[in-house]
Write a protein that binds this ligand. Structure first.
Ligand code: SAM
Length: 329
């Protein structure tokens, strides 16, 4: 009699024991989102610090954070701002605790972000990555370096100490430019004077000066395009060019269009302005600014101004007049 042969079943491989010390711990949702926010913040911080180092203007922190690649915008923005606010302290602590070795120097922005969490963050668990692990092991050294710095600076407490590291509060006045296509300067002075201390700028015509931090974003004159909140430096550009009614002007990189509509106001809406803008969304923003200003002599050109044929209708652009006001001979 043939014996029933037991089917040959291969024994199931036993699940591997996670004895590997380098295996990443499982993260809960909060830890996972903190882990990603730190990496996204480090990327933004890298761009900001590189721009500072090369003295190059980069986009604002807000616009860097609002790029589609950043998932957790709120947390990333907060981390970048807080790390920047405490950066001088963080660097001093890392230096005096001798922490930033050559391996981590290559990822210094990530280290700064995590160091912010170690020194000033609120009970954040430092898990998720090797950088977190690296600084978690050095938490005591960092906190004691911070304590020594507080004593050395003779600060009463940590808040006092942080205040000592902040740059002095240099408050700049608030500037608004009167859009003379819609309103004259005296009427604007009168209207704004009902609520604010306001005076004419002593250098730029049609520019008014108000106290620092004046919030005009919802003011009816702003909403209807009678005045534009525009800084003094930005208002200088069209004022220096001083275009006359009837000129043809090419604004090569226009959006959001504050200088474009300033040109239109100086030209009293006469002549022609070609306003070029490469970016589609910003070109829409430019169109909104033009509409708000009431200028009828601006043509928005969505495209690359470098593609404009220099031998075409713009061949008569006087390059010197683009930069300086040259008195006519
Ligand atoms: C700093 S903003 C200009 C600000 C503007 N002049 C104002 O005062 O409101 C620079 C703009 O130039 C645009 N831009 C950059 N390169 C360009 C190009 N080759 N052709 C057209 N627009 C360009 C950018 O998309 C951006 O909107």
């Amino acid at each position: 009699m043939a014996r029933n042969k037991a089917p040959s079943v291969k024994p199931k491989p036993k699940p591997k024991q996670t004895t590997d010390k380098s295996a990443k711990p499982r993260l809960n949702n909060a830890e996972r989102s903190a882990y990603f926010a730190r990496r996204e913040a480090a990327k933004v911080l890298h761009t900001v610090l590189q721009g500072d180092a090369k003295r190059q203007a980069v986009a604002s922190i807000k616009s860097l954070v609002y790029s589609p690649s950043i998932r957790n915008k709120k947390a990333t923005f907060a981390l970048v701002c807080q790390t920047l606010k405490h950066l001088r302290i963080i660097k001093d602590v890392l230096e005096s605790a001798n922490i930033l070795n050559s391996k981590w120097k290559r990822q210094e922005e990530l280290i700064y972000i995590i160091a912010y969490d170690v020194l000033f963050g609120k009970e954040i668990s430092l898990v998720g990555g090797d950088a977190e692990k690296f600084l978690a092991c050095r938490k005591d050294a960092m906190q004691s370096a911070l304590a020594k710095l507080v004593v050395r600076k003779k600060a009463k407490n940590i808040d006092d100490f942080i205040a000592l590291y902040q740059p002095p509060d240099i408050t700049k006045p608030c500037y608004v430019r009167v859009n003379t296509l819609k309103l004259d300067v005296d009427s604007a002075l009168h209207e704004l004077g009902k609520q604010f201390k306001v005076q004419k700028d002593d250098m730029i015509p049609h520019l008014l000066v108000l106290p620092p931090h004046t919030d005009l974003h919802n003011h009816s004159l702003v909403l209807n395009g009678s005045i534009f909140v525009q800084g003094k430096a930005s208002s200088m550009v069209a004022a220096v060019l001083d275009p006359k009614p009837g000129w043809e002007v090419l604004d090569a990189c226009s959006a959001p269009g504050n200088k474009t509509v300033h040109l239109a106001a100086l030209m009293k809406g006469k002549g022609k302005i070609i306003a070029c803008e490469l970016n589609k969304d910003r070109a829409k923003r430019l169109e909104d600014t033009v509409r708000l200003s009431g200028a009828a002599n601006i043509e928005v050109l969505h495209g690359d101004f470098l593609n404009i044929d220099p031998k075409g209708p713009f061949s008569k652009v006087n390059k010197w007049k683009m930069l300086f006001k040259i008195p006519d001979a």
